[in-house]
Design a protein around this ligand. Sequence first.
Ligand SMILES: [Zn+2]
Length: 224
Amino acid sequence: MFTRMEIGRIAGIPIYLDMMFVLVLLVFSYPYFTAGSTQLVSAGFIIVVGILVSILLHELGHAFAGRLFRAPVSHIELTGLGGVAHFERSLPKSVATRTVIYLAGPGVNLLLWVLLDVLAGLAAAGGNPMVALPLAVLSYVNFLLMCFNLLPAYPLDGGHTLDAWLSPVLGAQWATRIVACLGLAVAAGLIYLALPNAIFLMLVALFVGLANWQALQSLGRWQR
Ligand SMILES: [Zn+2]
Protein backbone atom coordinates (compact mmCIF):
# COMPACT_ATOMS: atom_id res chain seq x y z
CA MET A 1 0.00 0.00 0.00
CA PHE A 2 1.02 3.59 -0.62
CA THR A 3 0.62 4.45 3.07
CA ARG A 4 3.45 2.11 4.07
CA MET A 5 6.98 2.23 2.70
CA GLU A 6 10.22 0.44 3.35
CA ILE A 7 12.69 3.00 4.68
CA GLY A 8 15.64 0.65 4.81
CA ARG A 9 17.09 -2.45 6.39
CA ILE A 10 19.03 -2.75 9.63
CA ALA A 11 21.04 -5.95 10.09
CA GLY A 12 18.96 -7.43 7.26
CA ILE A 13 15.62 -6.59 8.92
CA PRO A 14 13.28 -4.54 6.66
CA ILE A 15 11.88 -1.42 8.39
CA TYR A 16 8.45 -0.25 7.24
CA LEU A 17 7.21 3.25 8.00
CA ASP A 18 3.46 3.84 8.09
CA MET A 19 2.45 7.37 7.06
CA MET A 20 0.18 7.55 10.14
CA PHE A 21 3.35 7.38 12.24
CA VAL A 22 4.72 10.49 10.55
CA LEU A 23 1.36 12.26 10.85
CA VAL A 24 1.10 11.55 14.59
CA LEU A 25 4.68 12.77 15.14
CA LEU A 26 4.01 15.98 13.22
CA VAL A 27 0.85 16.65 15.24
CA PHE A 28 2.85 16.20 18.46
CA SER A 29 5.68 18.51 17.42
CA TYR A 30 3.29 21.11 15.91
CA PRO A 31 3.83 23.61 18.78
CA TYR A 32 7.56 23.71 18.02
CA PHE A 33 7.02 24.34 14.32
CA THR A 34 4.60 27.22 14.90
CA ALA A 35 6.59 28.84 17.72
CA GLY A 36 8.06 31.29 15.20
CA SER A 37 11.72 30.69 16.07
CA THR A 38 14.08 28.90 13.71
CA GLN A 39 15.88 27.34 16.67
CA LEU A 40 12.63 25.93 18.03
CA VAL A 41 11.77 24.58 14.58
CA SER A 42 15.10 22.72 14.49
CA ALA A 43 14.48 21.52 18.04
CA GLY A 44 11.06 20.27 16.86
CA PHE A 45 12.65 18.48 13.92
CA ILE A 46 15.26 16.81 16.15
CA ILE A 47 12.45 15.72 18.50
CA VAL A 48 10.39 14.21 15.64
CA VAL A 49 13.37 12.27 14.27
CA GLY A 50 14.48 11.39 17.82
CA ILE A 51 11.10 9.85 18.72
CA LEU A 52 11.12 7.85 15.48
CA VAL A 53 14.65 6.59 16.23
CA SER A 54 13.75 5.82 19.88
CA ILE A 55 10.77 3.66 18.86
CA LEU A 56 12.87 1.98 16.16
CA LEU A 57 15.66 1.21 18.67
CA HIS A 58 13.04 -0.22 21.07
CA GLU A 59 11.89 -2.65 18.35
CA LEU A 60 15.50 -3.45 17.40
CA GLY A 61 16.05 -4.30 21.08
CA HIS A 62 13.36 -7.02 20.72
CA ALA A 63 14.82 -8.11 17.37
CA PHE A 64 18.41 -8.51 18.59
CA ALA A 65 17.32 -10.20 21.82
CA GLY A 66 15.27 -12.56 19.62
CA ARG A 67 18.31 -13.34 17.50
CA LEU A 68 20.25 -14.38 20.60
CA PHE A 69 17.67 -17.12 21.09
CA ARG A 70 17.17 -18.05 17.42
CA ALA A 71 13.84 -16.26 17.19
CA PRO A 72 14.29 -14.09 14.08
CA VAL A 73 12.19 -11.02 13.28
CA SER A 74 10.79 -10.89 9.71
CA HIS A 75 10.23 -7.12 9.71
CA ILE A 76 9.70 -4.09 11.91
CA GLU A 77 6.74 -1.81 11.39
CA LEU A 78 6.38 1.77 12.66
CA THR A 79 2.63 2.47 12.77
CA GLY A 80 0.47 5.36 13.98
CA LEU A 81 0.30 3.81 17.44
CA GLY A 82 3.99 2.89 17.80
CA GLY A 83 6.23 0.10 16.58
CA VAL A 84 5.85 -3.66 16.17
CA ALA A 85 8.61 -6.25 15.72
CA HIS A 86 7.06 -9.17 13.82
CA PHE A 87 8.64 -12.48 14.79
CA GLU A 88 8.80 -15.19 12.12
CA ARG A 89 7.29 -17.80 14.44
CA SER A 90 6.08 -18.04 18.04
CA LEU A 91 8.73 -17.30 20.65
CA PRO A 92 10.66 -20.06 22.50
CA LYS A 93 8.73 -21.63 25.40
CA SER A 94 11.32 -20.79 28.08
CA VAL A 95 10.02 -18.15 30.50
CA ALA A 96 13.49 -16.62 30.95
CA THR A 97 14.01 -16.35 27.18
CA ARG A 98 10.61 -14.75 26.63
CA THR A 99 11.24 -12.34 29.49
CA VAL A 100 14.55 -11.21 27.97
CA ILE A 101 12.99 -10.75 24.51
CA TYR A 102 9.94 -8.85 25.85
CA LEU A 103 11.93 -6.63 28.23
CA ALA A 104 14.71 -5.84 25.74
CA GLY A 105 12.51 -3.11 24.19
CA PRO A 106 11.77 -1.19 27.42
CA GLY A 107 15.42 -1.86 28.41
CA VAL A 108 16.56 0.14 25.37
CA ASN A 109 14.27 3.02 26.43
CA LEU A 110 15.76 2.86 29.94
CA LEU A 111 19.29 3.23 28.51
CA LEU A 112 18.21 6.07 26.19
CA TRP A 113 16.40 7.85 29.04
CA VAL A 114 19.56 7.88 31.19
CA LEU A 115 21.98 8.59 28.32
CA LEU A 116 19.94 11.48 26.87
CA ASP A 117 19.42 12.94 30.35
CA VAL A 118 23.21 12.99 30.92
CA LEU A 119 23.77 14.55 27.47
CA ALA A 120 21.07 17.18 28.12
CA GLY A 121 22.76 18.03 31.42
CA LEU A 122 26.14 18.39 29.70
CA ALA A 123 24.64 20.60 26.97
CA ALA A 124 22.91 22.81 29.54
CA ALA A 125 26.12 23.10 31.58
CA GLY A 126 28.00 23.98 28.39
CA GLY A 127 25.64 26.89 27.72
CA ASN A 128 23.73 25.29 24.84
CA PRO A 129 20.07 25.47 25.92
CA MET A 130 18.82 24.89 22.35
CA VAL A 131 20.72 21.58 22.27
CA ALA A 132 19.71 20.71 25.82
CA LEU A 133 15.98 21.25 25.11
CA PRO A 134 15.45 18.49 22.49
CA LEU A 135 17.73 16.11 24.41
CA ALA A 136 15.74 16.66 27.62
CA VAL A 137 12.44 16.19 25.76
CA LEU A 138 13.69 12.98 24.14
CA SER A 139 14.98 11.72 27.47
CA TYR A 140 11.50 12.23 28.96
CA VAL A 141 9.88 10.62 25.89
CA ASN A 142 12.00 7.50 26.46
CA PHE A 143 11.00 7.45 30.14
CA LEU A 144 7.34 7.57 29.05
CA LEU A 145 7.88 4.89 26.38
CA MET A 146 9.49 2.63 28.98
CA CYS A 147 6.67 3.11 31.51
CA PHE A 148 3.90 2.74 28.93
CA ASN A 149 5.33 -0.46 27.45
CA LEU A 150 5.69 -2.01 30.91
CA LEU A 151 1.97 -1.64 31.67
CA PRO A 152 0.33 -5.05 32.28
CA ALA A 153 -1.88 -5.11 29.18
CA TYR A 154 -1.95 -6.79 25.78
CA PRO A 155 -0.26 -6.18 23.37
CA LEU A 156 2.31 -4.28 25.47
CA ASP A 157 5.62 -5.80 26.59
CA GLY A 158 4.53 -5.69 30.25
CA GLY A 159 1.40 -7.72 29.45
CA HIS A 160 3.32 -10.35 27.45
CA THR A 161 5.95 -10.64 30.20
CA LEU A 162 3.32 -11.12 32.90
CA ASP A 163 1.58 -13.70 30.69
CA ALA A 164 4.88 -15.59 30.32
CA TRP A 165 5.38 -15.57 34.11
CA LEU A 166 1.80 -16.60 35.02
CA SER A 167 1.30 -19.30 32.37
CA PRO A 168 3.57 -21.99 33.92
CA VAL A 169 1.95 -21.46 37.34
CA LEU A 170 -1.73 -20.95 36.51
CA GLY A 171 -2.04 -22.28 32.97
CA ALA A 172 -2.40 -20.32 29.73
CA GLN A 173 -6.12 -19.61 30.15
CA TRP A 174 -5.86 -18.05 33.60
CA ALA A 175 -2.75 -16.13 32.57
CA THR A 176 -4.67 -14.62 29.65
CA ARG A 177 -7.69 -13.94 31.84
CA ILE A 178 -5.64 -12.09 34.48
CA VAL A 179 -3.57 -10.04 32.01
CA ALA A 180 -6.66 -9.15 29.95
CA CYS A 181 -8.55 -7.99 33.07
CA LEU A 182 -5.56 -5.90 34.16
CA GLY A 183 -5.38 -4.65 30.57
CA LEU A 184 -9.00 -3.47 30.69
CA ALA A 185 -8.21 -1.64 33.95
CA VAL A 186 -5.16 -0.07 32.28
CA ALA A 187 -7.34 1.01 29.33
CA ALA A 188 -9.87 2.55 31.75
CA GLY A 189 -7.04 4.39 33.53
CA LEU A 190 -5.69 5.70 30.23
CA ILE A 191 -9.18 6.89 29.21
CA TYR A 192 -9.45 8.72 32.54
CA LEU A 193 -6.03 10.35 31.93
CA ALA A 194 -7.01 11.24 28.35
CA LEU A 195 -10.22 13.06 29.33
CA PRO A 196 -11.32 15.56 28.21
CA ASN A 197 -9.23 16.26 25.13
CA ALA A 198 -6.07 14.14 24.77
CA ILE A 199 -7.27 12.56 21.53
CA PHE A 200 -4.16 10.50 20.79
CA LEU A 201 -4.05 9.01 24.29
CA MET A 202 -7.76 8.26 23.95
CA LEU A 203 -7.08 6.34 20.71
CA VAL A 204 -4.26 4.42 22.42
CA ALA A 205 -6.57 3.65 25.37
CA LEU A 206 -9.32 2.37 23.05
CA PHE A 207 -6.77 0.27 21.14
CA VAL A 208 -5.49 -1.28 24.40
CA GLY A 209 -9.06 -1.80 25.64
CA LEU A 210 -10.10 -3.54 22.42
CA ALA A 211 -7.02 -5.83 22.37
CA ASN A 212 -7.68 -6.99 25.95
CA TRP A 213 -11.43 -7.34 25.41
CA GLN A 214 -10.70 -9.56 22.40
CA ALA A 215 -8.25 -11.62 24.47
CA LEU A 216 -11.02 -12.25 27.04
CA GLN A 217 -13.60 -13.02 24.34
CA SER A 218 -11.31 -15.60 22.73
CA LEU A 219 -11.17 -17.46 26.08
CA GLY A 220 -14.94 -17.52 26.37
CA ARG A 221 -15.26 -19.23 23.02
CA TRP A 222 -12.73 -21.93 23.95
CA GLN A 223 -14.79 -22.96 26.93
CA ARG A 224 -18.09 -23.46 25.11
ZN1 LIG B 1 8.17 -3.54 22.83
